[in-house]
Design a protein around this ligand. Structure first.
Ligand code: MSP
Length: 491
C-alpha cells in the first residue's frame, strides 16, 4: 500500500519526556523517513494524553489548573521532539475540541450499537497506571510499577461488551499483525485468560478532568478509551470524511508502542472499532522497555534520562544514533548512560567519522578527480536488500549493523590495499578510491532516515549529493579534507 499512517502512543503530560518516550517517537520518525524515501506517502501522528485522575492529581499538587499543566507540559513534548529533529505531521492533544467531539460521537455510536451497559463495580485502581489492577498484579500490596497502594473503588460505570472471539480471529488471520512474534504470543496468552468486559466511564464526582459522557452527565469518559480514539479523531473521524478515508480506512495503519500498553492496543482497541464497524489497524509494533537499573523510568521515581540533556551534550544526530542503536527492538534494555560516550567514540568518532576523514584526506592528497567505480557491486546490492528487510521489519539496530559492516569493509579494504602507497599509480588508486566512495556513499544513504544531516553532509563531502545513486558509477568527483564529523570525546 502506498499510503501509511504511523502513530506513537500519546504521552501522559504528568511526566516530562524521557528517553523511553523519545525512543518510540524516534522510531516513528525514522520509519516515516524510510518509507518516504521508498516513495510512500506517510502521515506521522503523535501527541499527548491529557485527561484523567493522574493529571488532575499532579495539577492539584502544583497548585495549577489541569488545563494549565497540560498546556505547559505538552509544549515540553513538542520541544523535545523538535530538539531531536523529529518531524511529525500532526500533534494531537486530547483536550483539543476536535478530539473531544470525535470521542462523543464514538460513544453515541457505542450506545446505538447496544454494546455498552451500566454496572456497579468494585476494584483496585492505580492512578499511576490509570487502570484497575487485580490482587494478582500487586507486589506486597503495591502496584509494581508505581510503588503505590491502589485505591479500592466502588462505583457505577458503563461497561463495554468485550467480544474476544472477533479480536482473536483478526490476529490469527493476520488482518491485525502484532510484531514481533513474542508480543503476539503475549496477546494470545491474554486472550486465553478470558478478559472481562471493561469499564469505559468514571463517576464524575471522582474523576472530573475528563470528557463528559454525552448521555449521562454524572460520568466522564475513561481516559484510556478517550486516548485510543486519538488515532481516528486526528485523521478526521468526526469532521472530515475524505481525510478519514484517505488516512485510516484506505491506509496501512501502523501503531508503535511498548509492551506496557499492549492489552489496550491489541485487544480493547480493535474490539472497540469492530463493535461499531470501523476498520481496525493493520500492524502493531511492540518494542521493549528502557529501564534504569532494572526499574521503569518515571518522574515519580526520579530516575529518568532527559533526551534534551543528551541533545545538549551530543547534538540531535548523535542522540538519535545512540538511542536507536541501544538495544534490539524486541528486548528490554537497561540503559547505562556512561556507555553513550564510549559508543560515540567507537562507532562514530573512530568508525564512520574516521573513515570519512581518511577517504577525504587520500582524495586531497591525490589532487585529481576520481571516477566512482566498483568492480563488485554485489556487496552493495545485497546490503541494500538486507537493509530494507531489516527496516521494514522495524529492526533498526540490525539495519545499523548492515551499515556498519560496509564501514568495516571499507576500513579493511584500505588496510589491505594501502592506497597511500599507490598515489602515483592512477589506475590502481582510482580503482581503490572509486570503490571506497561508492560504498561509503551507499552506506550514507542507508543512514539517512536515522541521521539525516550526517547523511547529507557525507554525500556533500563526496560530491554525490546532487545525483541519484543510479548515476554514481562513472561520476567524476574531486575530494577535499573537511573538519572531522565526530571529534573524539575525551570523557
Ligand atoms: N497515555 C498512555 C498511552 C495512550 S495511547 C492511546 C501512556 N502514556 S505514557 O506516557 O506512559 O507512554 C507510554 C509509552 O511511552 C510506551 O508504550 C512506550 O512507547 C513509551 N515508553 C515509556 N517509557 C518507556 C521506557 N522506559 N522504555 C521504552 N519505551 C517507553 O501509556
Amino acid at each position: 500500500m502506498r499510503r501509511i499512517l504511523i502513530t506513537t502512543p500519546i504521552y501522559y503530560v504528568n511526566d516530562k519526556p524521557h528517553i523511553g518516550h523519545a525512543y518510540t517517537t524516534l522510531v516513528a520518525d525514522v520509519l516515516t523517513r524510510f518509507f518516504r524515501i521508498q516513495g510512500k506517502e506517510v502521515f506521522f501522528l503523535t501527541g499527548t494524553d491529557e485527561h484523567g485522575a493522574k493529571i488532575a492529581e499532579v495539577a492539584e499538587k502544583a497548585g495549577k489548573t489541569p488545563k494549565k499543566i497540560c498546556d505547559e507540559n505538552s509544549e515540553d513534548f513538542k520541544k523535545a521532539w523538535q530538539n531531536l529533529e523529529i518531524k511529525y505531521d500532526y500533534f494531537i492533544r486530547t483536550t483539543d475540541k476536535r478530539h473531544e467531539e470525535a470521542v462523543k460521537k464514538f460513544f453515541e455510536k457505542l450506545k446505538e450499537k447496544n454494546v455498552i451497559y451500566e454496572k456497579e463495580y468494585v476494584g483496585l485502581y492505580c492512578v499511576g497506571c490509570e487502570k484497575f489492577l487485580t490482587e494478582k498484579d500487586l507486589v506486597n500490596g503495591l502496584c509494581p510499577d508505581h510503588k503505590r497502594k491502589p485505591e479500592t473503588i466502588s462505583e457505577k460505570n458503563y461497561f463495554f461488551k468485550l467480544k474476544l472471539k472477533a479480536v482473536e480471529e483478526l490476529i490469527k488471520t493476520k488482518k491485525l499483525k502484532i510484531l514481533p512474534s513474542g508480543a503476539e504470543s503475549e496477546v494470545f496468552g491474554l486472550l486465553n485468560q478470558k478478559l472481562d468486559d471493561f469499564s469505559i466511564s468514571r463517576q464524575k464526582e471522582r474523576v472530573k478532568w475528563g470528557i463528559d459522557l454525552p448521555f449521562d452527565k454524572n460520568q466522564t469518559i475513561y481516559v484510556w478509551v478517550d486516548a485510543l480514539l486519538n488515532y481516528i479523531s486526528a485523521v478526521g473521524y468526526n469532521d472530515n470524511e475524505e481525510e478519514f478515508k484517505k488516512w485510516w480506512v484506505d491506509a496501512r495503519v501502523i501503531h508503535l508502542l511498548a509492551k506496557d500498553i499492549l492489552k489496550f492496543h491489541a485487544i480493547y482497541w480493535p474490539a472497540m472499532l469492530l463493535s461499531v464497524g470501523i476498520k481496525t489497524p493493520d500492524e502493531e509494533f511492540v518494542h521493549g522497555f528502557f529501564t534504569i537499573n532494572g526499574q521503569k523510568m518515571s518522574k515519580t521515581l526520579g530516575n529518568f534520562i532527559d533526551p534534551n540533556d543528551l541533545v545538549k551534550r551530543f547534538g540531535a544526530e548523535v542522540t538519535r544514533y545512540l538511542l536507536l542503536s541501544q538495544f534490539s527492538l524486541n528486548h528490554d534494555g537497561d540503559v547505562k548512560e556512561e556507555k553513550f560516550a564510549e559508543k560515540y567514540n567507537s562507532d562514530l568518532a573512530q568508525g564512520i567519522g574516521n573513515l570519512v576523514s581518511r577517504i577525504l584526506a587520500l582524495g586531497e592528497q591525490y589532487g585529481k578527480e576520481i571516477m566512482v567505480q566498483c568492480l563488485d557491486t554485489n556487496l552493495v546490492t545485497k546490503s541494500w536488500k538486507d537493509y530494507k528487510k531489516q527496516m521494514e521489519e522495524f529492526r533498526f539496530n540490525d539495519a545499523l549493523v548492515i551499515i556498519w559492516n560496509l564501514i568495516s569493509y571499507c576500513d579493511k579494504y584500505i588496510s589491505d590495499t594501502k592506497p597511500w602507497q599507490k598515489i602515483d599509480d592512477d589506475k590502481e588508486f582510482q580503482k581503490i578510491l572509486g570503490l571506497l566512495i561508492y560504498v561509503l556513499g551507499n552506506a550514507s544513504l542507508m543512514l539517512s532516515p536515522i541521521m539525516p544531516k550526517t547523511s547529507t553532509k557525507i554525500l556533500e563531502y563526496l560530491n554525490l549529493h546532487d545525483t541519484s545513486k543510479e548515476d554514481w558509477l562513472s561520476k567524476l568527483v574531486l575530494l577535499k579534507k573537511q573538519l572531522p564529523l565526530f571529534p573524539r570525546l575525551d570523557n
